[in-house]
Design a protein around this ligand. Structure first.
Ligand code: HEC
Length: 105
């Protein structure tokens, strides 16, 4: 009896499990963007003195991040918070973030 019920029980619980299966872990870009938005405002639209990332060209954003990466001294200079973030971005994540916030050239 119990054995006969098991397949039905599994089937009946499928709709309950479906939403859980649909939950994918956030992508690398989404996780980074959450951190970026902490300073750059909701969706990177700027906040107080923090520059807006949205609305800038993706290439310009990537170039700026790249510039910080290319200058290791910048990452240790006091107050240069961005250089520290840029320094730890993988090249593909850097580009993906620039594309995420920026506009097509
Ligand atoms: C702790 C706060 C903070 C976080 C988090 C942060 N930023 Fe910044 N960002 C700044 C500040 C402050 C500036 C202004 C430039 C400077 O002095 O470093 C800036 C500038 C920039 C610029 C240059 C914009 C311009 O108009 O010149 C880019 C591009 C940028 N950030 C991208 C990012 C990305 C992408 C992330 C996430 C990986 C990020 N930032 C996370 C504080 C932050």
């Amino acid at each position: 009896m119990a054995r006969r019920c098991l397949p039905w029980l599994a089937l009946a619980s499928l709709p309950l499990a479906a939403p859980l299966l649909a939950l994918e872990p956030p992508s690398t870009v989404a996780r980074w963007a959450a951190a970026c938005n902490g300073c750059h405002g909701p969706e990177g639209r700027g906040s107080g003195a923090m520059p807006a990332l949205r609305g800038q060209s993706a290439d310009a954003l990537a170039a700026k991040l790249q510039q910080w990466q290319d200058d290791p001294a910048a990452a240790t200079a006091p107050g240069h918070v961005m250089a520290r973030f840029a320094a730890i971005l993988e090249p593909e994540t850097l580009r993906a973030l620039a594309d995420h916030y920026g506009t097509a050239p």
